[in-house]
Write a protein of this length. Structure first.
Length: 204
């Protein structure tokens, strides 16, 4: 690409369901008070990045738009492809609850019945990345979305298969910075940037 522009990925702040480990795809749940504080604290992190002419796209879910607002971002547009994994029949359930009837289940291996497969999510992420690379010709790109979606995006930006994302954990209201070296090799340059004391955070 030969660009100095960066791609910044932000996961939304804490919700009641993310704190308790309930799979939250299409349910449009709001941030908790803690999540709002996490998102507002992200503003100082973004200031330190000195974003250049940023294009800011958000998931259609309110929790993502609210995070962007509290972090001081001006949203350019809403991208449906940034929605979280559609968990189908497993929406609102924890992994432990799912495994009572589906032992050994993981979304990375089995996807979600009535929802999306990993290939479905990877296809959406690849479309987001294609659009982002075009927009990076004019400046930095900021994406505000979700946990599982961000884990797949991390894998795909780095040229890895989507299931590499199972090795990545993304904290609520944290930022990851992606870019390219001089040989156009995609790189993860900074990860897990938060404005709150993440070492003491007990949620997911």
């Amino acid at each position: 690409m030969s660009t100095a522009a960066r791609l910044v990925y932000i996961r939304h702040g804490e919700t009641e369901w993310s704190r308790s480990g309930r799979h939250t795809g299409s349910t449009d749940i709001d941030l908790t008070d803690t999540g709002a504080e996490q998102a507002a604290a992200l503003a100082s992190v973004l200031d330190s990045l000195a974003l250049r002419n940023p294009t800011v796209w958000v998931s259609p879910r309110h929790r993502a738009a609210r995070t962007a607002e509290l972090a001081g971002l001006t949203v350019t547009g809403v991208d449906p492809d940034l929605a979280e994994w559609d968990y189908g029949d497993y929406e609102g359930l924890t992994s432990a609850e799912i495994r009572v009837d589906d032992p050994g289940w993981t979304v990375w291996r089995s996807g979600a019945p009535g929802g999306e497969s990993m290939a479905d999510v990877a296809a959406r992420v690849d479309r987001v990345l294609d659009r982002s690379r075009v927009a990076m010709a004019d400046g930095d790109v900021v994406l505000v979305a979700h946990g599982h979606l961000g884990r797949v995006l991390t894998a795909r930006f780095l040229g890895q298969p989507a299931d590499f994302g199972r090795n990545v954990m993304i904290l609520p209201a944290s930022a990851a910075v992606f870019g390219y070296d001089r040989d156009d090799v995609p790189q993860l340059t900074r990860f897990g940037l938060t404005g709150y004391a993440a070492a003491h955070y007990s949620g997911r």
